[in-house]
Design a protein around this ligand. Structure first.
Ligand code: HEM
Length: 454
């Protein structure tokens, strides 16, 4: 067994990327590099927390780990992140092959996870022209509106019963319903009567589907040991649009609900921020109609709240890894072909050299320059990323996140449940999500007729 293991390691070490000299990082053992630490940390804590602890201990914005024969470079400041994601994006254009990403993309037939540059270019074109074209986005506007009306109605119905709303549950199911409708023209998988669902929210099959999506997401680029010993997998180019649609379900289901839940949690603890947001809504939209996507451009304070949530509380600790397709340099260090690069979202968003009191939720930071947008091409934090592997869904992603946030704030007064002093802002142990789903008391703030939908 041991001989077999050593044989695999030796074979693999010869076949992949060469060692990188000079970059900060923990001591590497022969053959396995830091694999023993990866295995240990997978059992004792969460790998991303270990990596961020290393960045802190070594007092560095860039470090190199070596798992088997794969160099993994972690970046935690905007200047170096921009060098990789924008300046040298033609070199860092590939993605790693991992078991989870291969399964999720049906053997890399999609765009987001594919390591094959030609396949990625082809699928990116499909996304831009057939799925994310501005004309189609506009055409599908009524479907998004139907779903957001449905969500508001569900919360209103809850207010009439016990007033306690699980914000995470509501936000995730809004996104799940909406994306299923946009991509596959159906909201539900069940044949339960529609009126049951519209009164009470998602049925058991929807709950199971959204749960399964989150489980699958948690396995993508999750530092599985086997990811650093990939086998050769043949690429299949059939059924592209279906796969791209499936990937897009994943793109939407995670970020908007997470950011909205965090923003709301922070704002409950900061009534002055909540008041400013409500004042803006009342000024721009008023209370006689529901806020619409067309209002978003004027809701600069609300967008600043969401930007601040992206900055302090990203859903994932890293952007999807990039792989160097040729030898190059990062921050002056020589980096070999095949190296993986991870950009740390918390390294950027909570960087003390960029942000004062970085852990403090302060939307005013983003109010300097007139029209506020959710994207951050200078990578002072990561929302949609930048460069040729940056997110192509900025416009749709912004609309979905902002309409969710704006409708929740305009439609309801949110308060802490009676027995709670302060909302706990503790993070989950194994992710950056709130440790406990945000559960709040909701009461309607508009005329009853506005909650009925069309
Ligand atoms: C608030 C919503 C969204 C956020 C925060 C978000 C964020 C991101 C981020 C951070 C990346 C990785 C960028 C990088 O590697 O540097 C990404 C990639 C991607 N996103 Fe989004 N996204 C959102 C919504 C969407 C939507 C609505 C779509 C499509 C309908 C979409 C499609 C994609 C695709 C296809 C990629 C892979 C790009 C590539 O590898 O070439 N995203 N997104």
């Amino acid at each position: 067994m041991v001989t077999f293991g050593v044989h695999i390691l030796l074979r693999y070490n010869r076949s992949t990327s060469r060692k990188i000299i000079g970059l900060p990082g923990p001591v590497k053992l022969p053959l396995i590099g830091n694999m023993h630490q990866l295995i240990w940390n997978k059992h004792t804590s969460v790998v991303f927390r270990w990596i961020h602890q290393l960045l802190k201990e070594l007092d560095t914005d860039i470090l190199c780990l070596r798992f088997g024969s794969v160099n993994v470079i972690v970046i935690a400041c905007p200047e170096i992140a921009l060098e990789v994601a924008r300046e040298k994006d033609a070199v860092f254009v590939s993605r790693p092959t991992t078991f989870a990403s291969e399964t999720l993309s049906f053997g890399y037939m999609g765009s987001t996870l594919t390591p094959d540059v030609q396949q990625w270019k082809k699928m990116r074109r499909v996304i831009r022209t057939e799925i994310l074209s501005p004309a189609l986005e506009k055409q599908l506007h009524h479907l998004r509106e139907e779903e957001i009306d449905h969500m508001v109605k569900c919360i209103y119905n809850t207010c009439n019963s016990n007033n306690i709303v699980n914000v995470r549950h509501v936000a995730r199911h809004f996104c799940g319903n909406m994306i299923r409708k946009l991509m596959f023209s159906k909201r539900y998988f069940t044949d339960q009567p529609a009126d049951h669902l519209s009164a009470d929210g998602p049925g058991p099959n929807e709950v199971e589907h959204v749960g399964a999506l989150f489980t699958m997401l948690s396995h993508v680029y999750s530092f599985s040991i086997s990811d650093y010993f990939p086998s050769l997998v043949g690429l299949n180019f059939d059924g592209q649009e279906k796969v791209v649609k499936r990937e897009i379900v994943f793109a939407i289901i995670d970020n908007p609900p997470n950011e909205v839940e965090w923003a709301l949690a922070e704002m409950i603890n900061k009534p002055e921020v909540m008041k400013k947001a409500i004042d803006e809504l009342d000024k721009v939209v008023g209370k006689d109609r529901l806020v619409q996507e067309s209002d978003i451009s004027q809701l600069n304070y609300l967008k600043s709240c969401v930007r601040e949530a992206f900055r302090v509380h990203p859903f994932r600790p890293f952007t999807p890894p990039r792989v160097a397709i040729a030898d190059t340099t990062i921050a002056g260090y020589t980096v070999t072909k095949g190296s993986h690069v991870l950009i740390s979202k918390i390294g950027l968003g909570r960087n003390t050299k960029v942000w004062t009191e970085p852990n403090e939720f302060r939307p005013e930071r983003h109010m300097d320059n007139g029209n506020v947008v959710l994207s951050e091409p200078d990578l002072r934090f990561v929302s949609f990323g930048t460069g040729r592997r940056g997110c192509p869904g900025i416009s749709l992603g912004t609309s979905i996140t902002m309409i969710l946030f704006a409708r929740l704030l305009q439609g309801f007064t949110w308060t802490k449940p009676a027995n709670i002093d302060k909302i706990s802002l503790e993070e989950a142990k194994s992710s950056l999500a709130l440790a406990k789903p945000l559960t709040l008391h909701a009461s309607p703030r508009l005329a009853a007729s506005l909650y009925k939908g069309k």
